[in-house]
Design a protein around this ligand. Structure first.
Ligand code: HEC
Ligand code: HEC
Ligand code: HEC
Ligand code: HEC
Ligand code: HEC
Length: 156
């Protein structure tokens, strides 16, 4: 092979590799792909019927940024391994953190308002979203939180 031809081959292979990787990341990021394994729970169906049906799984479940996406994909590989070695496992997301709540705020950045449930004091306390909105994406019975939630701490 001449030098030029070799160079061309390397460039083309490199290009194909990038296209392929982007393709794989795209494919494995589709909610349909997740459905392959999480179909047993009500998770997918409730998501599909809920208000977040147009919000893809990874908007909430991937760590932010490119490094986050890489970590999420690495975790995905582990999920495949666990899926086949430990089929009884019940997946659990640690959503009750302020860090996770930041993902919600990417879209709901306009909720903060004085006097209501999203007041500045609650934000200072890092009062996490799912403490009041538990099941918002995955519970078919999900309802907007009622005043009972507030009574836990504020009395009547
Ligand atoms: C090959 C089967 C499989 C596929 C495909 C799959 N998962 Fe999972 N998932 C699992 C298993 C098994 C676990 C439990 C892992 C554990 O507990 O170690 C899990 C755990 C989870 C958790 C709980 C949090 C965690 O980190 O353990 C979330 C959230 C999750 N998966 C979301 C997704 C999303 C979103 C997709 C699609 C992009 C997806 N999964 C695709 C098998 C799969
Ligand atoms: C990618 C954008 C996006 C993200 C991320 C997101 N949401 Fe939403 N959310 C929406 C959209 C769009 C709707 C539907 C609005 C409508 O139909 O009026 C919605 C609706 C809601 C509703 C009303 C649901 C109902 O059934 O009445 C609540 C509560 C909510 N989101 C909370 C959250 C929480 C908590 C998180 C994080 C766990 C989150 N959202 C993450 C876009 C997002
Ligand atoms: C202290 C409890 C509490 C916390 C914490 C909380 N919310 Fe809410 N949220 C509510 C209540 C109650 C309503 C209904 C308000 C109303 O009807 O005016 C609501 C309404 C909403 C709505 C409008 C849709 C709807 O159901 O009416 C969105 C979107 C929302 N919250 C997102 C969030 C996000 C994102 C976070 C985290 C940053 C969060 N909330 C934290 C109690 C809470
Ligand atoms: C709007 C944000 C949001 C979207 C979109 C979303 N989820 Fe979730 N998911 C959550 C939250 C919050 C939890 C924590 C449990 C709860 O509060 O319902 C969770 C929990 C989970 C769990 C662990 C089960 C558990 O009870 O902890 C898995 C697995 C999961 N989601 C997969 C998915 C898949 C697959 C999709 C897409 C089909 C998806 N999620 C879409 C917010 C979301
Ligand atoms: C887990 C306990 C807890 C729950 C549940 C809770 N709050 Fe709070 N809330 C607090 C604390 C603590 C403060 C800060 C009090 C202070 O500094 O005086 C606060 C502050 C507030 C404030 C601001 C007062 C100010 O001085 O600005 C409002 C308004 C409020 N809460 C409304 C609500 C509403 C509405 C709900 C139900 C949707 C709710 N809270 C649920 C603990 C809670």
């Amino acid at each position: 092979m001449g030098r030029k031809k070799l160079l061309l081959t390397i460039v083309i292979s490199g290009f194909l590799l990038v296209v392929l990787s982007v393709g794989v990341i795209e494919f494995t990021s589709q909610p349909r792909f997740c459905y392959n394994c999480h179909e047993m729970g009500e998770l997918y169906n409730a998501w599909e019927q809920g208000k977040h049906q147009d919000v893809s799984c990874l908007k909430c479940h991937a760590e932010p940024g490119v490094a986050g996406l890489v970590r999420t994909k690495a975790k995905g590989l582990r999920e495949v391994y666990v899926h086949f070695t430990n089929p009884q496992i019940e997946p659990e997301e640690k959503a009750d953190t302020w860090e996770f709540s930041q993902r919600c705020l990417v879209c709901h950045d306009d909720i903060q308002a004085p006097g209501g449930p999203h007041n500045a004091k609650h934000f200072e306390m890092e009062f996490v979203c799912v403490k009041c909105h538990s099941g918002v994406a995955h519970d078919p019975e999900y309802e907007s939180p009622s005043a009972e939630v507030c009574a836990q701490c504020h009395g009547k």
